[in-house]
Ligand binder design. Structure first.
Ligand code: 4AD
Ligand code: MG
Length: 479
């Protein structure tokens, strides 16, 4: 018999039909005469209840139906008498596909800590929390492609292996086939990359932006959605060494239109989640409330679904970095020395505690900060006439801080070259980037959305390691 996925099965009303379901056992309970098996196949957060009449023939089999075991069940679709679900399957035949020894299977039907589950990442997809996150992740990938397609963008694939450092921050993983135990050296003792696979030093990309710019300067509107890699040694709840980034790039576009695009995109995908992921969001909302029930009222986060709607309701606040510094300097936590990094002058980079203060306490909505000091931003950003700031824009979100970083790009050849010299960006390896400013240069802008930070926000999960299936962080490359 053809398998029906549980998501589809739960919507059926043709009671009396014979059906087949397959899945993994979440729980088994019951009495002497009857067993109730909660079966889940990942198609939805909901389980289907399988009812089995115990008899001599199935006693042995039912003993092996433990949490984690996989089953194929033939049975009759019936209207459920129990509350909470509309249908159940009255089993006529059960096949045990794979056993799970209860003395060994780590995921027992009780609450496990997220830390424990991180060590069982090969199995954690089978929990409600991680399957919900995985389904929402999928929906967001789809929604992002849908948004950009509807807006007339073309998706381009930018390289994963590259010889340039797009952010100029030197946080790159090297890619080499040289024998690390016997590295060829040049006469002056440096590594001889001429003998390496590409004949030059190469690394994993930190951003697809530079190549996306090349695309935009021909196709007008492009975006990349790819993995990016950063060898920054930050062990925080918001940093990964391998993460996914969405980077649109638009020709004939300034920083204001760039901000509009960022706001429209975020609102579109959040609305999409509300329209298509409600079962999972409701589960995650309860999970969060449960986790925070011992916190003081003012330390609890806003209810998840309310928080998503809250972001949709109002226009994001748009202020300059300089205005933000003034607000922060005069803020209560700064005066009372509550910030870990006190704000005393103009020019320092903002920490997430500052970003979150602006969003959660001061404006009580997402904030877009623009016109940052040029010395804390990348070489490619368009310089303002004041000689001090650049046309950068960062979108700051509740709970997350920076979710998007973007800018209008420097489209003037001389200014870009000057900035590259000042910031020690090697021109030899980026001649192609400079050359676009020589031939038909136009104003253009773009941004990067950290995909996992978006998922953190949408799911209310507290640690970025829990919104990607197999997180890569310093000293952690298991699975
Ligand atoms: O602000 P970033 O470094 O900007 C860029 O890479 C630009 N090239 C984007 C562009 O204009 N096309 O990174 C963009 C976003 C951040 O706002 C953050 O959401 C996310 O990427 N991000 C990280 N997410 C997880 N782990 C990390 N280590 C991240 N670093 C940045
Ligand atoms: Mg940034």
């Amino acid at each position: 018999m053809k398998r029906t996925e549980i998501k589809k099965l739960l919507e059926r009303t043709d009671f009396g039909s014979l059906v087949n379901v397959k899945g993994w056992v979440r729980t088994k309970r019951g009495s002497k005469n009857v067993a109730f098996i909660a079966l889940n196949d990942g198609s939805t957060i909901k389980n289907v209840q399988v009812v089995v009449d115990r008899n001599e023939d199935n006693t042995e089999l039912l003993e092996q139906v433990n949490t984690g075991a996989s089953l194929s069940v033939d049975g009759t679709l019936l209207e459920s008498a129990g509350s909470g679900q509309k249908v159940e399957v009255h089993a006529t035949n059960i096949e045990l596909l794979g056993k799970a020894d209860p003395n060994e299977y780590p995921l027992q039907p009780k609450k496990h800590s997220l830390e424990f589950l991180r060590e069982k990442a090969h199995l954690r997809f089978r929990t409600n929390t991680f399957s919900a996150v995985a389904r929402i992740r999928h929906s967001m990938i789809f929604a992002i492609h849908k948004f950009f397609t509807e807006e007339g963008f073309f998706n381009i694939h930018t390289p994963i292996i590259t010889a340039s450092d797009a952010e100029g921050a030197g946080e790159m993983f090297q890619v080499s086939t040289l024998d690390l135990n016997d590295i060829p050296k040049t006469e002056d003792g440096a590594v001889d990359f001429k003998q390496d696979f590409f004949g030059k030093a190469a690394n994993l990309t930190v951003s697809g932006q530079l190549e996306a710019e090349l695309g935009a300067l021909a196709l007008s509107k492009v975006y990349t959605f790819g993995p990016t890699f950063r060898a920054e040694n930050s062990n925080t709840t918001r940093h990964l060494a391998e993460f996914w980034m969405i980077e649109p790039e638009v020709a004939f576009c300034d920083i204001y239109e760039d901000m509009d695009l960022a706001e429209d995109m975020l609102k579109y995908v959040i609305q999409y989640a509300l329209d298509h992921c409600m079962d999972d969001l409701e589960f995650l909302s309860k999970r969060l409330q449960d986790e925070e029930k011992n916190k003081k009222a003012d330390e609890r986060s806003m209810e998840l679904i309310e928080k998503l709607k809250f972001v949709l309701d109002k226009p994001f606040e748009r202020i300059t970095y300089t205005e933000a510094i003034n607000i922060l300097r005069n803020s209560k936590p700064n005066k009372k020395k509550k910030f870990q990094f006190p704000i005393d002058g103009w020019g320092a980079d903002l920490q997430s505690e500052h970003e979150r203060y602006l969003v959660e306490k001061h404006f009580k909505k997402p904030v877009i900060l623009t016109d940052y000091p040029r010395d804390i931003k990348a070489f490619y950003m368009k310089q303002n006439d004041d000689g001090k700031t650049v046309r950068a824009m960062d979108v700051l979100f509740p709970q997350i801080g920076e979710i998007i970083g973007g800018s209008q790009r420097e489209d003037d050849y001389d200014k870009l070259q000057q900035r590259m010299i000042e910031m020690d960006i090697p021109q030899e390896s980026m001649w192609w980037y400079l050359e676009t400013r020589k031939f038909g240069s136009v104003p253009h802008a773009g941004f990067g959305l950290g995909f996992e930070r978006l998922i953190l926000f949408l799911t209310g999960m507290g640690n970025i390691r829990d919104v990607i299936a197999f997180p890569r962080t310093p000293l952690n490359c298991e699975f």
